[in-house]
Design a protein around this ligand. Structure first.
Ligand SMILES: N=CN[C@@H](CCC(=O)O)C(=O)O
Ligand SMILES: [Mn+2]
Ligand SMILES: [Mn+2]
Length: 317
């Protein structure tokens, strides 16, 4: 069975216009296994789905995140398009996890991400569980073997659980730390009550920088930007990963582990803009949306808008 499914063009539907007024009218399609990728001259975004919740299942979470990539695309389709005419958006389809083989799915994902980055696309990967981060980081590393890659994670959780027999959605950054001498990790929105004392100890031992959700708000903008800018200054490139469960469950109920005390959209968007405008961001993802628990698609709508604003901020950098 294949690990790849080309994009479903019918998902990208909505009002039509003569002048690409809506995002779905701007999207083109590429089959990662049959079509040739062409190196881009202008800004181009590749949308890749990671339709996998095996890591969530292994981490005793509520499965359903495998349905998220298409749920996010559906909500992106009807958004108004204010991107420059020269900007391209290519939907590259979904990666699928067969027979619970998370390890193979992750290595396949890393290869595909490296391939996409080599053709100068800015990749936005739609998860899937946060086990995507292990694959995504390795894909960036394959593309940029000699660069120091800083990871910025907007999340309620460190995801630094120690790996026992195999990885899951709670272990990706621990796995990365074990396999890389230079581990640079900034975690924004950490919730004390959702990370046990051992996880805080691991974070300290690994030199992880973090801001707790109680401090991650717009009133603290100056402090947050100082931490963020210092972190970005110390690395060559940035990988941004956004876990939807970091948002307050008032904004993002559709996740495996909801966060009543999560952060708000205003600070998340301000931080995302700052990261995009740093000129160091190479690739990004949005993970852990679970459409099974969503309410009127509000978490999917939020994820879709985050993807839109990443494209907007990067292309107007
Ligand atoms: N992806 C990470 N997940 C969290 C799950 C927390 C929970 O289920 O309450 C973690 O492992 O810490
Ligand atoms: Mn996470
Ligand atoms: Mn999380």
């Amino acid at each position: 069975m294949k690990n790849y499914k080309r994009a479903d063009t019918h998902i990208w539907a909505g009002r039509t216009s003569e002048d690409q007024l809506y995002l779905h009218e701007k999207v083109t399609f590429l089959d990662l296994e049959n079509d040739e990728l062409i190196e881009n001259q202008n800004t181009a975004f590749a949308i890749l789905g990671y339709a996998c919740d095996e890591g969530v299942r292994r981490n005793s979470g509520r499965v359903g995140a495998a349905l998220a990539p298409d749920a996010i695309r559906k909500m992106m389709a009807s958004l108004s398009n204010h991107l420059d005419k020269s900007v391209q958006i290519v939907d590259i389809g979904n990666i699928i996890c067969n027979k619970n083989d998370l390890e193979y799915t992750q290595s396949y994902t890393s290869n595909k991400i490296a391939q996409i980055l080599k053709y100068k696309y800015f990749t936005i990967v739609l998860g899937g569980g946060h086990d995507l981060a292990y694959a995504h980081y390795n894909g960036i590393k394959e593309y940029l073997p000699n660069s120091s890659i800083g990871i910025i994670n907007l999340d309620a959780h460190f995801d630094l659980r120690k790996i026992e027999s195999n990885g899951n959605s709670g272990t990706p950054f621990y796995q990365i730390s074990k396999e890389n001498d230079r581990f640079k990790y900034l975690c924004l929105g950490i919730q004390e009550e959702s990370n046990n004392q051992e996880l805080f100890k691991t974070a300290h031992q690994l030199g992880v920088k973090y801001i707790k959700s109680t401090d991650f708000n717009i009133q603290n903008r100056n402090y947050i930007f100082t931490v963020l800018d210092n972190f970005i200054d110390q690395v060559d490139n940035v990988y941004l990963t956004i876990d939807m469960d970091g948002f307050s469950s008032a904004f993002a109920p559709g996740v495996s582990a909801p966060s009543p005390f999560g952060f708000s959209i205003d600070i998340a968007l301000a931080v995302i803009e700052q990261i995009c405008k740093s000129g160091k961001l190479v690739s990004s993802d949005i993970v852990e949306l679970n459409p099974e628990y969503d309410l009127d698609n509000c978490t999917a709508r939020l994820a879709a808008r985050l993807a839109y604003y990443i494209m907007k901020f990067i292309s107007s950098e």
